[in-house]
Design a protein around this ligand. Structure first.
Ligand SMILES: [Zn+2]
Length: 493
């Protein structure tokens, strides 16, 4: 950690010629074209306090204080705090003391300033020019940046800028889309490929790159060589996740592993296995993208932007995710409890040092993921910890039937569902070999069993037939014929 760091409380952009002032970054004075200097003040005096006792949707916890800060040049800035201060006191932001601290920064000016503030408060990045770095972004399906599915391209660009300033020679950006999606399509639509091209940095499809094997916890893990040989900076989008509760720094590392390894982790039970990932890949630094963040039925574009306006930074992936759980007021997911028990990271909130903002000051009740939701209101998923390929394609089948009415159908996926989860549901469709095997073992009477090696269009035709015919007990010859016809006409197109 470097000493004597100046941590800005207030920044202003000042024209050197005419003295005009801005509260956001400007390149040149718009009045006289004069050059701009950034004026930073690390100390400010508290000149006003408003105590708020009435909760509101954006500010559920009371009482809180809005303190008004003023620096030596008379610039003012409000800040929300939970702690009580006195008028006339000096206010300073204290940098991180603990190794596993989590910095919470609000985007006050722009993404770049907020990132610099976060890294500065964390004590910098420990990198030398000879280091090679993998920026592990989150980009699971083709979606536009405003949908908050993928790592914000501006944030990525700021991280690249910071590393280039440090003289880091070898920087690469990498990701593997959710199994069943095309990585390059996803990275293109997210604006990530553009950032790479503009900065002359390679983008690596981690699913297709060279792989290595590592032994850990009695299992062979296959993963991209780049995730082992490069230092990893983990840049997840912070999201609600209908399977895992939340997706963040830990979940984002899942996709450096081969499809085979990912499937094996889900087959063993992902809540148990997810924390084990950190025994194989340890990120140097995690930068949680909550520029927008996602709420509702994430991690795909079924979820919606959360407009959090935050950046989280930590060297402890688990602690960062734990803080996000608290901010969004999510229940602590099972895998996170497991991570705490196994020592993969800090999950005890009282032991996590929050820097810059108090966790309670940025708490905001996000829309919780609804278990089993799909894009179709009548098609529900019963999730037995299905692997990302099955989960993704199940969602896609439902998506293709949006607009068609019918009776409720439950798509049962994964190997870890319980009898309680299917109890009371009438029309069950088992999808994938794990669910089919488990269903057989439990003596479940399903309307259909759909295997993953069936062409997708065939599965969709079968599901449609079940959706539209409430009395259907089994698929018949007519369904098989319809599916053949659909496959034939798809081929002709
Ligand atoms: Zn000017």
């Amino acid at each position: 950690m470097c000493s004597g760091r100046v941590v800005d409380v207030i920044i202003r952009w000042l024209c050197e010629k005419c003295g005009k002032k801005w509260i956001y970054p400007v390149q040149k004075c718009i009045y006289c074209r004069g050059p701009i200097t950034k004026r930073r003040s690390a100390k400010a005096k508290i000149i006003g306090i408003t105590k708020v006792n009435i909760p509101s949707p954006m500010h559920p916890l009371t009482p809180y204080n809005i303190i008004l800060l003023e620096d030596e040049s008379g610039n003012r800035m409000p800040k929300k705090v939970m702690k009580d201060y006195k008028i006339g006191e000096m206010y300073e932001v204290q940098p991180a003391k603990a190794e596993g601290a989590v910095v919470i920064s609000r985007i006050k000016y722009d993404v770049d300033e907020a990132l610099r503030e976060s890294i500065n408060l964390l004590g910098g990045i420990n990198l030398d020019p000879q280091d090679s770095v993998l920026l592990k972004v989150s980009c699971i399906e083709p979606a536009y940046p405003y949908q908050a599915v993928s790592t914000n391209p501006k944030l990525l660009e700021s991280v690249i800028g910071l590393l280039k300033e440090k003289g880091v020679g070898s920087i690469a950006v990498g990701e593997q889309a959710m199994l069943g999606n095309d990585t390059m399509d996803a990275a293109a639509k997210a604006g990530i490929l553009d950032v790479c091209k503009k900065n002359d940095i390679p983008f690596i499809d981690l699913g297709k790159a060279e792989q290595v094997e590592r032994e850990h916890d009695g299992m062979v893990w296959k993963l991209a060589r780049d995730a082992v040989e490069r230092k990893v900076i983990d840049i997840p989008t912070m999201k609600a996740h209908s399977q895992l509760g939340i997706a963040g720094a830990v979940e984002n590392l899942l996709r450096v592993f081969s499809a085979e390894t990912q499937k094996a982790l889900y087959a063993k039970g992902i809540h148990k296995m997810l924390p084990q990932i950190l025994g194989v890949v340890r990120p140097l630094l995690c930068i949680g993208d909550a520029v927008n963040g996602m709420q509702g039925n994430g991690p795909t574009s079924l979820g919606e932007p959360a407009f959090l306006n935050l950046i989280l930074a930590s060297r402890d992936a688990v602690a960062l995710d734990r803080v996000f759980v608290e901010i969004g007021m999510f229940p602590v997911p099972e895998w996170m409890e497991e991570a705490g028990r196994g020592g993969a990271g800090q999950v005890d909130l009282r032991k996590i040092e929050a820097v810059n903002y108090e966790v309670d000051a940025v708490k905001y009740p996000l829309r919780q993921p609804e278990k089993g939701a799909t894009a179709h209101p009548r098609i529900k998923i019963v999730d037995g910890e299905a692997d990302p390929h099955i989960f993704n394609t199940a969602l896609r089948m439902a998506q293709k039937l949006v607009g068609l009415s019918g009776e409720e159908v439950s798509l049962v996926i994964g190997a870890h569902f319980t009898s309680g989860m299917v109890e009371g549901r009438r029309r069950l469709v088992l999808y994938g070999k794990d669910a089919i095997a488990k269903g057989k073992g439990m003596g479940i009477e399903a309307v259909a069993e759909l295997t993953e090696d069936m062409p997708e269009i065939q599965r969709v035709v079968f599901l449609r037939s079940i959706l539209e015919n409430p009395d259907k007990k089994k698929l018949g010859i007519a369904d098989a014929f319809r599916a053949k016809l659909a496959m034939f006409s798809q081929k002709r197109k």
